[in-house]
Design a protein around this ligand. Structure first.
Ligand code: ADP
Ligand code: MG
Length: 483
């Protein structure tokens, strides 16, 4: 048995492990499959990078991640440690993909990053056949759970893929999973949480959580300017639920000569990537973003995370605010709470979980009008479903549900999907949108309780929500400071 500390120093130039890196590495080396929770920025990547440095012969570590935008970055970091690493995803040309797969087949690379969709491609299976997957890593594992806040349909197939790969040791990693989500992950990967779980703690003693009651947009903007000037020369993220609100705030900040970038779904992907990069490299100090921004991002000196609108759950909130202060230096979360925002989130939930009849009607239109739909699908569908509210995104939700159920298939048309088979009663029974909606409403309610509870330390409330038994007060949140 090698000395893990010695190996850490030699390969990674760190003189000690952070808790619970060593426990995770020991367990994977003993071929035990499990779920590990470690806070954002605590160093989850090192656990699988370490395993990659111990691969011999045809062995490799396969990392499944939902974050295509970050794979290149993650690969580069591994290469900096001297690990033979690569990634395969849709950002590469067909030729590049083919080349990399050929090299994998020939025995090159010890660490490979892929998105879960990669397993849909037979060519990928062919190159893996010639190798031994020593460790099957599922990064951001909460994406597997419908109860989580980042559900990715393809994650539900990962256990099937793992079986097909000859059942390699599984390492599921995440920073945020409530008890419910942990159980869901365990169920899907056949884990026994009484032994197959490592809790790395959520402790963020350097993070000061603050909730600021606000009223109209002018009030919020005023507070926003104050906060930005309080953190002059520092870096921060400002989160929004709606692109429209984001754009309004952007205009206001622009008029006030604040230097920032934007990140949201209406920007083209390469623009998004560039903006994100400007922020990560420190070219711009602030980024205005929707929740799509930030998952897995490694920027340690973010000093402030501001929530301009209410997020959808405590999980989402803590994940987002947790991006501040990864370097351990003092960092701040400011939540500009306004009661009116609650209705926006409630409306979101109604749209995210459309009714059965609605989903069926969307499917029927896609099936019966393939010509129109393939060209301007979303627009046509919205017209047909008679929408008055432009923000209503039920059609998008229905399409993503139908895709998840295998009723739609992705194609190369502008719309991107085509009909395959009508949704069945079983589909509706297995994934009842009404049940999901109620669950999500409960999460929103928990967040509301968190906002309104000015008796218990903010951090302690979060710990309790995630099922940790911790009773100390942080001493730096708005509640602690007021007492
Ligand atoms: P996350 O848990 O969010 O995935 P990362 O794996 O991206 O976090 O790691 C965050 C940072 O912590 C990285 O820059 C990494 O170099 C650093 N790091 C990881 N392990 C250690 C360690 N044992 N000692 C010092 N720094 C470490
Ligand atoms: Mg990570």
């Amino acid at each position: 048995m090698i000395s893990l500390e010695k190996h850490l120093l030699e390969k990674f130039k760190y003189d000690s492990f952070r808790f619970p890196q060593k426990e995770i590495i020991e367990k994977t080396l003993a071929h035990q499959s499990f779920l590990a929770l470690m806070p954002t920025g605590a160093g989850k990547s090192l656990t699988y990078q370490f395993a990659a440095t111990l691969c011999e012969g045809k062995e490799l570590v396969l990392v499944v991640s939902p974050l295509i935008a970050l794979m290149q970055d993650q690969t580069k970091k591994a290469i900096d440690y001297g690990i033979d690493a690569t990634f395969i995803n849709s950002s590469l040309s067909a030729e590049q993909k083919e080349n990399r797969m050929k090299q994998i087949g020939e025995g090159k690379y010890k660490l490979i990053f892929v998105a879960p969709e990669r397993f849909r491609k037979p060519a990928f299976w062919q190159c893996l056949e010639k190798r031994t997957v020593k460790l099957f890593v599922v990064d951001e594992a909460h994406c597997i759970s419908l109860w989580g806040h980042d559900f990715r349909p393809d994650y539900s197939k990962l256990e099937e893929y793992r079986q097909k790969l000859g059942k390699p040791t599984l390492l599921a990693l995440t920073a945020t999973a409530t008890g419910e989500v942990q159980q869901d992950i365990a169920k899907q990967f056949n884990l026994d949480l009484t032994k197959d779980l490592i809790l790395g703690g959520l402790e963020r003693p350097n993070l000061s959580l603050n909730i600021l009651e606000t009223y109209a947009a002018e009030d919020k903007n005023e507070k926003l300017l104050e906060l930005i000037s309080k953190h002059a020369d520092q870096s921060g993220v400002i989160y929004f639920s709606l692109i429209q609100t984001l754009e309004n705030a952007a205009r206001f900040l622009y008029q006030n000569k604040i230097y920032f970038q934007k990140y949201h779904g209406d920007l083209p992907p390469d623009q998004r990537r560039r903006n994100q990069n400007d922020f990560i490299t420190g070219k711009v100090p602030w980024i205005l973003a929707t929740p799509a921004f930030g998952l897995g991002i490694d920027k340690s000196n973010i000093r402030a995370v501001i929530h301009y609108e209410i997020p959808s759950s405590i999980e989402a909130y803590f994940q987002e605010v947790g991006r501040a202060g990864r370097d351990g230096a003092p960092a701040f979360g400011y939540f500009l709470y306004s009661e009116d925002d609650l209705t926006i989130q409630m409306q979101f939930l109604n749209w995210a979980y459309p009714e059965k009849e609605f989903i069926e009607k969307v499917y029927d239109l896609i099936e019966s009008r393939p010509d129109v739909v393939s060209q301007n699908g979303f627009e046509f569908l919205r017209e047909q479903m008679v929408f008055k509210n432009k923000k209503d995104y039920r059609v998008n939700a229905a399409v993503s549900i139908l895709t998840r159920w295998g009723c739609l298939e992705e194609t190369d048309t502008p719309f991107g999907f085509k009909a395959l088979q009508a949704p069945t009663e079983e589909n509706f029974a297995l994934e009842d949108q009404n049940v999901l909606k109620k669950e999500h409403q409960k999460k929103l309610l928990s967040l509301l309780r968190f906002i309104q509870d000015t008796e218990i330390c903010r951090l302690q409330q979060v710990y309790t929500y995630f099922g940790y038994d911790k009773k100390e007060h942080c001493g730096i949140c708005d509640v602690c400071l007021a007492q």
